[in-house]
Design a protein around this ligand. Structure first.
Ligand code: ATP
Ligand code: MG
Length: 440
């Protein structure tokens, strides 16, 4: 008996009253049987999209070509998808020529894995399990529905999904299913980057993404999707700090980063991605800056958004800061300015902790607590860390010196900021106006 969310039960009842067949399907059935709370409740039905749209007050035509209508109810949104069959991925990128069917069994047979090919009728408490999905759930196995080679040849995203589900559920990939991956890599190469992006984000949300990345490496997927990370395999590091090579250090850092932050997970995974290219003996000079640039290229290719890319880049570019108690207050302020403000310090420290988790412990992180205390003081005293924190602005500079707008104005403000970073007491309007006069 699956405890069905009220809105999903209501939709199924309405569809059935309209003379259609309707079931819960996919992830929600799988997760419920595992005793986990489903993230979304998907419904599959014999009703065609137009019929679904007519039965409910509020709907969105989410993917009419694929048969999906989103139904909006007070307790949430639900994707209702018409039974489909005979998916064809002509170019290997997106499904094409979707055909609708009235047969739930045909719909289940086009799904990717046995544990995802379960349908459930909450009214009769009937579970449709044509491919041994319950058995595989109990045995913790990801197994393709039907012939793995054929199924992976149809859609190159499925091998990546196999690794994603293996990481998320901590299941093993069944042998024949796994062995089909290296043989179908040509199809994977054709998959649209947007689809890979979504799977990678979900993989990064697993408790231990390392499980998924290692399966991708072993099966040959990683060289295609993240060749830079595959290139870190076997790149050794100084043994006094590291017990892992760059690849495993990256994976375990990623596991140790906060699970609810894709940005921190990405930053941890890629923070040393510049190391293979920068390696000279056992040193990696400049790998932070090289790595930040590489991360940008990688994340653009994988269709991440500008904001996420900038945050990851900033974290990677700054992850090598070397705090000691000897830092002056001015040095702490300059550090904050360099990392783009106090707001970024929490993320940078989280990355640093994740990084340290995957190393031989040479310190206990006390230095981060000490630096945090000093940052707190700077915040409390409202020290200027940016030109816009100065008590004068460009207009003041132009008026005082009778000069027109231009680069000179910015240079003077930057110069004043340098002085204020050294001595915060100078950030008083009268004092700064006096200082400006000296530029005449
Ligand atoms: P999650 O909870 O992580 O979203 P999910 O099972 O809901 O897991 P989705 O990607 O949302 O995964 O897909 C929903 C369902 O659609 C799957 O359970 C599966 O039955 C089917 N499906 C999705 N993508 C494919 C695919 N590429 N090939 C075949 N079936 C697929
Ligand atoms: Mg889903």
């Amino acid at each position: 008996m699956i405890k069905t969310k009220a809105g999903a039960a209501e939709i199924i009842q309405t569809l059935k009253s309209g003379g259609f067949a309707a079931y819960l399907v996919g992830g929600c059935v799988r997760d419920s049987l595992l005793g986990q709370e489903p993230s979304e409740w998907d419904i599959t039905t014999s009703a065609r999209p137009e019929a679904v749209a007519k039965l409910f007050k509020k709907t969105i035509p989410t993917g009419l070509d694929y048969g999906t209508v989103t139904v909006i109810l007070p307790d949430g949104q639900y994707e209702v998808t018409t039974f489909r069959s005979d998916e064809q991925y002509v170019d290997g990128r997106h499904p094409q020529n979707v055909k609708f069917t009235d047969d739930i069994h045909r719909d289940l047979s086009r799904r990717d894995f046995t544990i995802n090919a379960l349908a459930y009728d909450p009214e009769s408490d009937q579970l449709i399990d044509d491919f041994g999905g319950q058995k595989d759930l109990a045995a913790k196995i990801i197994r393709a529905v039907g012939e793995p080679l054929a199924r992976f040849s149809e859609d190159g995203l499925r091998p990546v999904r196999a690794c994603r589900f293996a990481a998320k559920l901590e299941f093993a990939i069944e042998q024949k299913t796994f062995e089909a991956i290296p043989k179908t890599l040509g199809v994977v190469k054709k998959v649209a980057a947007e689809r890979l992006h979504d799977e990678l984000v979900k993989m990064l949300g697993a408790a231990r993404p390392s499980i998924g990345f290692e399966l991708m490496r072993k099966s040959g997927l990683l060289v295609i999707i993240l060749p830079e990370l595959a290139g870190a395999f076997g790149v050794d590091q100084p043994p006094q700090f590291h017990k892992y090579d760059v690849y495993w250090h990256s994976l375990y850092s990623c596991d140790a980063a906060p699970q609810d932050s894709v940005v921190l997970r990405l930053a941890a995974l890629l923070h040393d991605i510049g190391k293979p290219a920068c390696k000279v003996d056992l040193t990696f000079y400049n790998h932070d800056r090289v790595g930040a640039e590489m991360a940008e290229t990688i994340l653009k290719r994988l269709k991440f958004g500008r904001d996420d890319i900038d945050r990851v880049k900033n974290l990677i570019g700054n992850h090598m800061f070397d705090y000691t108690a000897e830092w002056s207050d001015s040095a702490v302020r300059r550090f904050l300015r360099r990392i783009g403000g106090v707001g970024n310090s929490a993320d940078l420290f989280a990355l640093r902790r994740a990084d340290a988790e995957a190393m031989i412990k040479v310190n206990n992180g006390e230095y981060l607590r000490e630096l945090q205390t000093r940052i707190d003081k700077i915040v409390e005293e409202e020290n200027a860390l940016d030109v816009k924190d100065l008590k004068v602005d460009g207009n003041d500079v132009m008026n005082a010196l009778k000069i027109p707008p231009g680069p000179k104005v910015g240079q003077i403000l930057n110069d004043l900021l340098e002085k204020v970073l050294d001595d915060p007491k100078l950030n008083e309007r009268e004092t700064l106006l006096r200082l400006i006069k000296a530029y005449a």
